[in-house]
Design a protein around this ligand. Structure first.
Ligand SMILES: Cc1ncc(COP(=O)(O)O)c(C=O)c1O
Length: 405
């Protein structure tokens, strides 16, 4: 894999940021975009634009075909059984809201339990919290261990005979832990409990096979997969989409409308109300091609090497405290330095062109558990190299000097 050539596909890296070469270590937040994705959006709007699934003129039919081709590419990429199991949403957040809302309406009743974990992003907590109010359900949290991991044992401990669904992350956006989701799903299914995976951090970095892991729902964030913003994917087993109610009402999702009542459209239209993020969906096909051309297994291997190197460097830097020490780590390293607020770290690093994220990363439950209010986080994408962590470390040392640590 020639990372230098891959990096050249991303125009952002040929520009200086505050007179520095950009060291982008914020891909868990959102990834940069390759030229082919940017070009596809431009070309669609300049030469091919039309709304999809409505008119019969040439441009409308072509746009509909492009749109449906992305659905087929996603199906193939994640090895879903049917293209109808791919629903486009405005983000992973909406994908999870769709499941919480519709599953909640149909299957949750007062006193039922929903099982989450302490690692969850707010996107996989707040939608379930709404059901605490409307349906009077309980939310239980599987606890992390000392390494910042969720193990099968902690799930076993937290399941009750009232657990109706388990919703958990594939890869923690704070500790970097990769969860044993296949084992968890198998355990859950042995008790007839469906599982939703928040795949925001998993999908850009790990090989996905929906039929192999056998999950019921998998939420994807396209802007973290070298794709456009404003787009997510919900994978859901057909058997669920067929029985769950629609999420939003509007044009495109109906079959027959009468004053007395309405019948809904076939899958996946039933879940795609209104004009969708057409250009984004069409351009996302290029992101998938980009990932396929390099090969997700090559990406995973490369990112593993980079993050391991980053971890080694940061562990040697005294006063840097890493959060979590998972046996199986994805491309995320969160840390703190006693005496320096993470926002100050991020601001000083930024002066050197090193872009990281600071804050609670939408994981207040986890930060509170660890007695932290915030942390600094470096995360990688396919374009990162080991030298990026050397630059990060140099800037951290500069930071320590400024704060006399
Ligand atoms: C673990 C996790 N879940 C959910 C989300 C929300 O994804 P989206 O921006 O696509 O709504 C994020 C994004 O930061 C995330 O990291």
């Amino acid at each position: 894999m020639n990372i230098e050539n891959i990096k050249k596909e991303f125009p952002i890296f040929s520009n200086k940021v505050q007179n520095n070469d950009l060291v982008y270590l914020d891909s868990a937040n959102s990834s940069q975009k390759p030229q082919i994705v940017i070009d596809r959006i431009y070309d669609f709007y300049t030469k091919e634009f039309s709304n999809v699934g409505r008119s019969v003129h040439y441009l409308a039919v072509a746009a509909t075909n492009f749109y449906e081709n992305t659905r087929k590419s996603v199906q193939k990429y994640i090895n879903a059984e049917f293209a109808d199991e791919i629903v486009f949403t405005k983000g992973a957040t909406e994908a999870i809201n769709l499941v919480a809302n519709t599953f909640g309406q149909k299957f949750l009743n007062e006193g039922d339990d929903v099982l989450l974990t302490e690692l969850e992003h707010h996107s996989n907590y707040v939608p379930w919290h709404f059901l605490r109010k409307t349906k009077k359900i309980n939310i239980n949290f599987a606890e992390i261990n000392d390494f910042g991991e969720i193990t099968i044992e902690s799930i076993k401990k937290a399941i009750t005979n009232k657990t109706k669904i388990i919703a958990l992350t594939h890869l923690s956006n704070v500790t970097g832990a990769i969860l044993p989701i296949k084992e968890i799903i198998s355990l859950a299914h042995s008790k007839n409990i469906p599982v939703l995976i928040d795949g925001c951090q998993g999908a850009p970095h790990l090989n996905l096979d929906m039929q192999d892991i056998d999950c019921d729902f998998y939420a994807i964030s396209c802007h973290k997969m070298y794709g456009p913003t404003g787009l997510g994917v919900l994978y859901a087993k057909k058997k669920w989409l067929e029985v769950l109610p629609p999420y939003q009402g509007g044009g495109g999702m109906i079959n027959e409308v009468n004053k007395e009542g309405i019948t809904y459209g076939e899958l996946p239209n039933k879940y795609e109300a209104g004009t969708m993020a057409t250009a984004q969906v069409i351009a996302f096909n290029e992101s998938i091609k980009f990932l396929e051309n390099i090969g997700i297994k090559n990406i995973e291997k490369h990112e593993n090497e980079v993050i391991k190197y980053g971890e080694e460097i940061l562990r040697k830097n005294n006063s840097v405290k890493l959060i979590g020490n998972p046996k199986s780590r994805g491309g995320v390293l969160s840390f703190n330095i006693d005496g320096i607020h993470p926002h100050d770290i991020a601001t000083i690093l930024d002066e050197d062109g090193v872009a990281i994220r600071a804050g609670h990363h939408c994981c207040q439950i986890l930060h509170k558990k660890l007695n932290l209010t915030a942390s600094a986080r470096a995360s990688v994408g396919v374009y990162n190299i080991k030298e990026d962590f050397e630059k990060l470390n140099e800037s951290i040392n500069k930071c320590k000097k400024i704060f006399d640590i």
